[in-house]
Design a protein around this ligand. Structure first.
Ligand SMILES: O=C(O)CCC(=O)C(=O)O
Ligand SMILES: [Fe+2]
Length: 207
């Protein structure tokens, strides 16, 4: 897949539903996010990721074995805030081009220790569709082929071929329509860091 420049993101979303933008943030900004995240990891701030929503949330290590730390968007660090500002600009750009009505963003740090993965899934919960657009920023400046942890994106709305494998290289942003694409994180062979999040619309929850 050809990488998209930041100026081409809206068109890529409209035309194919996803975009992969290398160098969304410059290396020093990525380094700052990564080193902060590692400190928080060492402080034990991450938790085992769970799946499902509400009362159904549970740990399910055969499905996903990463560790996460939710970001409090009212108390971001300087480095996190810089990323948040870049996302907010992206949100405005996408709203103007698509009328998606994205109002806010929620997200978490994710750390995949060696051997961990996230099996094939779709990001939108059955009873709530606030999550419209998934965003993932990778924080692995030294990622090389053989390190594993590629994001496999299934392209035709099913969970079979065709798919593309996207490399989790530091500074790359991947974004896609949350309800359209099955995807999975292939087993990481070295520690893999990222910030996963979702642009949301106003609540559409139904009971
Ligand atoms: O880190 C990635 O590449 C994808 C993570 C993901 O699919 C998720 O957290 O829902
Ligand atoms: Fe996902």
């Amino acid at each position: 897949m050809p990488p998209t420049s930041i100026d081409g993101v809206e068109d890529a979303i409209i035309e194919r539903g996803y975009a992969c933008v290398p160098n969304f943030l410059p290396p020093p900004a990525v380094e700052a996010l990564a080193s902060e995240a590692r400190h928080m990891w060492e402080d034990g701030a991450f938790e085992f990721a769970r799946i499902g929503s509400g009362a159904n949330r549970q740990r399910c290590p055969q499905v996903r074995s990463d560790r996460i730390l939710w970001l409090d968007t009212d108390a971001l660090s300087t480095a996190q805030h810089r990323y948040w500002r870049a996302l907010d600009e992206l949100r405005g750009r996408i709203n103007r081009a698509t009328m998606m009505g994205l109002v806010d963003w929620e997200g978490h740090l994710a750390l995949y220790p060696p051997g961990t993965f996230y099996r094939r899934h779709i990001d939108v919960f059955a009873n709530a569709a606030e999550r419209q657009l998934t965003t993932i920023l990778y924080l692995n400046p030294d990622w090389q082929s053989g390190d594993g942890g590629e994001l496999r994106l299934y392209l035709d709305g099913s969970n079979r071929e065709p798919y593309i494998d996207l490399e989790p290289r530091g500074g790359t942003l991947v974004t896609f329509l949350s309800s359209r694409f099955y995807h999975e994180v292939l087993p990481a062979h070295t520690e893999r860091l990222s910030i996963t999040g979702w642009f949301r619309v106003r609540s559409t929850r139904h009971f």
